[in-house]
Design a protein around this ligand. Structure first.
Ligand SMILES: O=P(O)(O)OC[C@H]1O[C@H](OP(=O)(O)OP(=O)(O)O)[C@H](O)[C@@H]1O
Ligand SMILES: Nc1nc2[nH]cnc2c(=O)[nH]1
Length: 187
């Protein structure tokens, strides 16, 4: 059973909001060095990356532009099929531009390997990936990740933009939930 205060459903905090903000600030300095000559177009992948893009973009001192894509990568379960459908495409034409995809989490890597190839086919100057979280135990693709925040254990994590059944995106920390949250409701 889920509770009214989402914090009551937390079993363990993996990274606090402060740790996440500090790591994003370090990544922002790396991005500023990489893109000093030509600020990138930040492409956020809805919905999970909203919080990361929001905090990362405000940390950056470069004049970045932002755009958004929505893709469906999962069915009803929690494993990626690698079959990706675009639900919302970019507004921007990325021909000749430097693109930085910003993600919340890379799990199998299948969604992002597909997305990177898709954007590369549009003639940009470069396409790179920044992800705040990566699950090394589950990676099935040898996709190159230019900026990585933290490696996380092979557990289902929520908060800081990540959801379980659309809940918990607004938790400030990255957490693991109590097992009872996933239990089916009693009839
Ligand atoms: O590496 P993969 O195994 O392909 O999984 C990663 C994808 O899964 C999550 O999105 P999700 O489909 O949960 O959608 P959401 O961002 O709307 O929550 C995450 O934001 C990535 O897009
Ligand atoms: N919320 C959430 N979404 C994911 N998508 C892929 N892995 C995860 C995860 O651990 N948590």
């Amino acid at each position: 059973m889920q509770t009214d205060d989402i914090r009551d459903d937390v079993r363990e905090v993996l990274f606090t909001e402060q740790q996440l903000r500090e790591r994003l600030a370090e990544i922002a300095r790396e991005i500023e060095a990489e893109y000093a000559d030509e600020p990138p177009l930040l492409v956020g992948v809805l919905k999970g990356a909203v919080v990361v893009v929001s905090d990362l973009a405000r940390e950056l001192r470069l004049p970045v532009h932002m755009d958004w894509m929505a893709v469906s990568s999962y069915g009803s379960g929690t494993t990626s099929s690698g079959v990706v459908r675009i639900l919302k495409d970019l507004d921007a034409d990325i021909t000749g531009r430097r693109v930085l995809i910003v993600e919340d989490i890379i799990d199998s890597g299948l969604t992002l390997s597909w997305l990177k190839a898709n954007l590369e086919s549009r003639g940009p100057a470069s396409v790179d990936i920044c992800t705040l979280f990566r699950k090394p135990a589950r990676l099935k693709s040898d996709i190159e990740l230019k900026f990585v925040g933290f490696d996380v254990p092979d557990e289902f994590v929520v908060g800081y933009g990540l959801d379980y059944d659309e809940r918990y995106r607004n938790l400030r920390d990255l957490v693991v939930l109590q097992p009872h949250v996933y239990a089916p409701a009693e009839a």
